[in-house]
Design a protein around this ligand. Structure first.
Ligand code: SF4
Length: 89
């Protein structure tokens, strides 16, 4: 299966009351490289009107953005009972 098809197999239990990844918008504006846009395997970071947009609903909990972001992220795992449910095959 293609990577997109494999991602579609997974299930996401979205926590509407708690965002496990939070961007600091002010710090984000001063970041020129914007590595999150290129590094997130789920493509959750995008540019819109020059600003980074983010939707944590499809997060794979891989931690890549936590590593590549120079300053603007608060990152935790989702609360118990929420987040991705990986399904293989
Ligand atoms: Fe994307 Fe991984 Fe960060 Fe989730 S943890 S937003 S999948 S880079």
């Amino acid at each position: 299966l293609a990577p997109e098809q494999l991602l579609a197999i997974d299930k996401f239990l979205v926590d509407d009351e708690y965002r496990h990844i939070v961007l600091d918008r002010d710090k984000c504006k001063s970041c020129h490289g914007r590595p999150c846009i290129y590094a997130c395997p789920a493509g959750l970071y995008n540019l819109k009107d020059g600003e980074v947009t983010f939707d944590c609903a499809g997060c794979l909990e891989c931690g890549t953005c936590r590593v590549v972001c120079p300053q603007s992220l608060q990152w935790e795992y989702p609360r118990g009972g929420f987040g991705i449910v990986y399904r293989y095959g």
